[in-house]
Design a binder for this molecule. Structure first.
Ligand code: PLP
Length: 435
């Protein structure tokens, strides 16, 4: 009998009433089929068959403190008993906004929402309003949510993607309004010369450069030295808005996000996943002169924005992330480094082309003969995806849960013993995959 028998039965039952048995398409990718979980604590997840997993998915990023963090749960519990949603203001909003302004370099004013996707929409609207321009530059392989006007050239098939220097602007799903594709220019990540060339021709009509400051949705590819600085310089020169989508990198690369880590301050930035200890919360922050437009002529709304649970969760989560002058980040750095080094050593010892790149808090593992991976096309052409797929399934059998596209997230709750256990599981899994 399969070790996931109960999950399999529930998945079959789910398909009778849930489209595809899931509520987010990303979960369709679960191997051997989407699993059902019943409990999570610290760095561990437990499924309905009684299997425990050391978790490096961390809910696709949010659980930076680990699952079921007591301080976050207590804060939510006590705050929500007094009220949940007022269609009006409450003080915790100010508490979290003050904190963001204090710690995030680009934050002079904030607005809250519930998801990364929404905040990206708000950022694009604001950038267009502020510049009176329409065109947005984005980068191949970067993900900015599932909405029509951003699900563009995220994982384009190479036979349709066009030349690397001038990629085609491609939709990500059927049913998308194709007219919004005209509002975008797509370039490869990490190639400043191509951006400079574009700006020399069209800079005056570009409203915004939008990017993941470290590309985490394809590989875990940090910006090359000078790349973010170059974008900043071009934006200043041409009056274009620089928007960092820090949905993943916010509160993960550092308390001050990727902008703090790499030392480049955008005009606008969005935060979501790691800002609320596993509860739904998101923020758009930025320069006062831009953000104030939300109080003047640019609409941003939402029934559930800044609800009590989200705000209480964020206030508590950020307090934990700040504790002891960044103890969480030191821990994640140390354990993430052990894991990266351990995996790379395994690859060398077993003579397997296992490549590890990125940062200790979010790194990428691939099987490739041609490291490093620098942009989407490198990942698409050089990394052996089928092999990684088999590896992540073998890891699951051995009690470790990984994201199928190769990124690993480390949390404050992981322990050295779990890192050692993970490396043992990796050795077994590699032996199976390369048998
Ligand atoms: C960089 C980035 N932007 C936007 C989003 C969309 O966020 P959400 O899933 O909260 O709508 C994601 C989600 O993974 C993301 O990684």
């Amino acid at each position: 009998m399969s070790q996931w028998q109960r999950s399999k039965e529930l998945y079959e039952l789910a398909q009778e009433t849930l489209a595809g048995g899931v509520s987010s398409n990303v979960r369709l990718l679960g191997k051997p089929h989407p699993l059902f979980f019943e409990r999570a604590e610290g760095a561990m997840l437990y499924d309905v068959d009684g299997n425990g997993y050391i978790d490096y998915v961390l809910s696709q990023g949010p659980m930076i403190l680990g699952h079921s963090h007591p301080a976050v749960l207590d804060a939510v519990n006590s705050a929500m008993r007094k009220g949940q949603l007022y269609a009006g203001q409450h003080e915790l909003e100010i508490t979290v906004a003050q904190k963001m302004v204090e710690i995030v370099p680009s934050a002079e004013l904030c607005r809250f929402g519930l998801s990364g996707s929404e905040m990206v929409q708000a950022a694009m609207r604001l950038a267009r309003a502020a510049t009176g321009r329409n065109l947005i530059l984005r980068f191949e392989g970067h993900y900015h949510g599932w909405f029509d006007n951003v699900l563009i050239s995220v994982a384009p098939p190479l036979d349709k993607a066009g030349p690397r220097e001038h990629p085609n602007v491609l939709p990500g799903t059927v049913g998308q309004t194709l007219s919004s594709l005209e509002d975008f220019v797509v370039l490869p990540f990490n190639d400043l010369a191509l951006v400079e060339d574009l700006f020399a021709r069209q800079g005056e009509s570009i409203a915004c450069i939008m990017l993941e400051p470290m590309m985490c949705n394809t590989g875990a590819i940090p910006p090359e030295p000078g790349f973010l600085q170059g974008l900043r310089r071009l934006c200043d020169q041409y009056g274009t808005i620089l928007f960092f989508d820090e949905t993943i990198t916010g509160f993960r690369l550092s308390l001050a996000g990727a902008q703090g880590y790499f030392g480049v301050t955008p005009d606008l930035s969005s935060f979501a996943k790691a800002m609320a200890g596993g509860f739904a919360n998101a923020a758009l922050v930025g320069k006062r002169e831009l953000m104030i437009r939300f109080a003047q002529d640019v609409n941003h709304s939402g029934t559930f924005n800044s609800n009590v649970i989200s705000m209480a969760a964020s206030a508590a989560a950020i307090a934990e992330l700040e504790r002891d002058n960044g103890a969480v980040y030191r821990h994640i750095n140390k354990l993430g480094t052990q894991l990266m080094t351990g995996l790379a050593d395994l690859g060398r010892r077993l003579q397997i082309p296992l490549h590890v790149q990125g940062l200790p808090c979010s790194f990428h593992v691939s099987f490739t003969e041609e490291p490093p991976l620098r942009d989407y096309r490198d990942w698409a052409t050089k990394a052996d995806k089928a092999r990684y797929n088999d590896f992540s399934t073998a890891m699951l059998e051995n009690g470790v849960r990984l994201i199928g596209r190769g990124i690993w997230y480390v949390s404050a709750a992981h322990t050295e013993a779990q890192i050692a256990q993970t490396l043992e599981a990796a050795e077994k899994s590699l032996a199976k995959v390369y048998a």
